[in-house]
Ligand binder design. Structure first.
Ligand code: NAI
Length: 519
């Protein structure tokens, strides 16, 4: 049954000769305008406007979708599950500040709007929910399942997570007690030793094997069949693993990676085994943690199978602020000279990250997030020059899921002056991450229903296997090999917004508002 209150993409029509609606599809002809820049013999840039005409095709039928989480019994897994149940049932619960109702705050798809255009009479902007731009799945309709190395049912796991109000938990407990994670694969060397005591729900075998890949594939097929699903999206929200070494003949190519799994090579991580299983099953797989799940062989395998992958590491708190603030400072012409980022947290993620090799994965993921913005400004920064940047994470059990992030941004301003910005960000980590988990599923699912072709071509095809459109939700965005990484938050949102607009034949969102400036 569909409980969605949303309009499922029927809120507006585009009136244009370039857009055709059929019962099953939206077809649009879209002119993509870019600027090609070369340098002439005298070293002068030559900028040439370029136009490419694409046809986009959007499948209008909203499928029945399953979301399978690896690490379902963790803080994120239990919180997102309780949150979706609470929304589906329209729950209201008492808090000391009065009643609170379920919502999807923090989800860009469910909580934000997009400017459709301007009403010529009133001159006012018309904004619509992001969710209504294309015919998207509603999160209330997601069927949830997944795996965990801890066999605790979701009601008890939600208590263990210590995130939600008791009055909310009481209302979802019965339903969640019926939910028990599937056994998972556990290779102890990849996560912190301090996690061992919760590993009681295991598929036998402590290193990669073809049997593990096949078991996960079977789990996905079973879940699909049991719930009558059209498709499944899998997301890794399990513990942060250490990095896997990239070893020639082991994980450098698709063929070698499959061979390494068959031979039980110890450098293949559980998350990579999940990724490979999903790719072979043509099931999109998103990595919400920082480790290098997508070794080169995994990316190549995804390309070979035309399977969607996305990652890495949910961008929820500190880094999201950073990718907005640094973009603002450097775009304002202010020379950022250092960023010092301190975190302390007391949840199980913090406990796992108190181990050096797992912390190192997080440190890498958090460190490169300003590179593109610095490199783009040759006025402030000489080639190769970078602001100092340090990231510290400490485990402090007392603060639980209420992560603290303290940041100092230090910048040089006009004539040698200085500006120091100090941020103190406190919030429940899992309440920030859960809406991102939903956004990643909704956008990924949407991408499986979008086709494109150049006007001269007969066949439509899908986007590249590596879904860089998910960058807004991710700290260290994975992009198609050889293409640049964009970290600046506004640019990431622009890409998401404007690709969705293009699919219904609308021009990119432009803030020129000439209609208000030229009378
Ligand atoms: P958590 O530690 O509460 O949950 C992780 C779950 O994964 C645990 O239940 C654990 O038993 C399970 N697990 C570990 N290895 C597994 C495996 N091989 N197969 C199946 N299950 C396995 O952590 P939390 O807070 O839910 O975070 C999950 C991940 O998301 C972490 O890696 C964290 O770094 C990442 N993340 C979280 C953010 C947030 O704001 N909460 C932001 C960015 C990333």
């Amino acid at each position: 049954t569909t409980t969605s209150p949303a309009s499922n993409g029927n809120l507006f029509v585009v009136s244009s000769p370039n857009v055709v609606y059929t019962d099953s599809e939206i077809l649009s002809k879209y002119t993509y305008r870019t600027t090609s820049v070369t340098q002439n013999g005298a070293g002068k840039y030559v900028a040439t406007p370029k136009e490419t005409v694409y046809d986009f095709k959007v499948d209008r039928k909203i499928p029945k979708v399953g979301m399978m989480l690896v690490g379902w019994g963790g803080n994120n897994g239990t919180t997102v599950t309780a949150g979706i149940i609470a929304n589906r049932r329209g729950l209201v619960w008492e808090t000391r500040e009065g009643p609170r109702a379920a919502n999807y705050y923090g989800s860009v798809i469910m909580g934000s709007t997009m400017k459709l255009g301007t009403d010529p009479q009133t001159m006012k902007e018309v904004n619509i929910p992001f969710h209504d731009v294309l015919p998207m799945v509603h999160p209330n309709d997601l069927v949830i399942g997944g795996w965990d190395i801890s066999g605790m049912n979701l009601a008890n796991a939600m208590d263990r997570a210590a995130v939600l109000e008791p009055t909310l938990k009481a209302q979802v407990k019965k339903e969640m007690a019926q939910m028990v994670p599937l056994p998972s694969i556990y290779y102890p060397d990849f996560i912190a030793a301090n996690q061992e005591d919760r590993a009681d729900n295991l598929i036998p075998g402590s290193k990669a094997s073809t049997a593990h890949v096949e078991k996960i594939r079977q789990d996905i097929r079973d879940f699909k069949a049991q719930n009558n699903l059209d498709k499944v999206i899998v997301q890794w929200t399990a513990n942060t693993e250490r990095y896997a070494d990239i070893i020639p003949n082991v994980n450098d190519t698709a063929e070698n990676l499959l061979k390494a799994i068959e031979q039980g090579h110890e450098e293949v991580s559980p998350s990579t085994v999940f990724a490979v299983a999903c790719i072979l099953e043509k099931t999109p797989f998103i990595n919400g943690s920082p480790q290098n799940t997508f070794v080169p062989g995994a990316v190549e395998l995804a390309e070979q199978h035309g399977a969607f992958i996305g990652g890495d590491d949910f961008k929820s708190g500190q880094t999201k602020m950073k990718s907005a603030l640094v973009d603002f400072l450097i775009s304002a012409g202010i020379k950022l000279t250092s960023i010092a980022s301190y975190n302390h947290l007391g949840n199980n993620d913090g406990k796992n990250l108190s181990s050096q090799r797992q912390f190192r994965s997080k440190e890498i993921s958090k460190s490169n997030v300003v590179d593109d913005m610095v490199e783009a400004n040759s006025v402030l920064y000489k080639k190769g020059e970078h602001p100092d940047h340090t990231v510290v994470i400490k485990y402090m059990p007392a603060v639980g899921d209420n992560k603290r992030a303290l940041d100092e941004y230090y910048a040089e301003i006009f004539l040698g002056g200085h500006q120091t910005i100090s941020l103190f960000n406190v919030c429940e980590d899992s309440l920030l991450a859960s809406p991102l988990i939903i956004d990643l599923v909704l956008v990924t699912e949407m991408m499986t229903r979008i086709g494109w072709r150049q006007s001269s071509q007969a066949e439509y095809r899908g986007f590249h296997s590596v879904l860089s459109i998910l960058s807004y939700m991710l700290k260290a965005p994975l992009t198609p090999p050889g293409t640049p990484v964009v970290n600046a938050l506004a640019k990431q949102r622009g890409a998401l917004t404007n690709i969705f607009r293009a699919c219904v034949g609308l021009e990119p969102e432009s803030d020129m508002t000439l209609e208000h400036k030229l009378f």
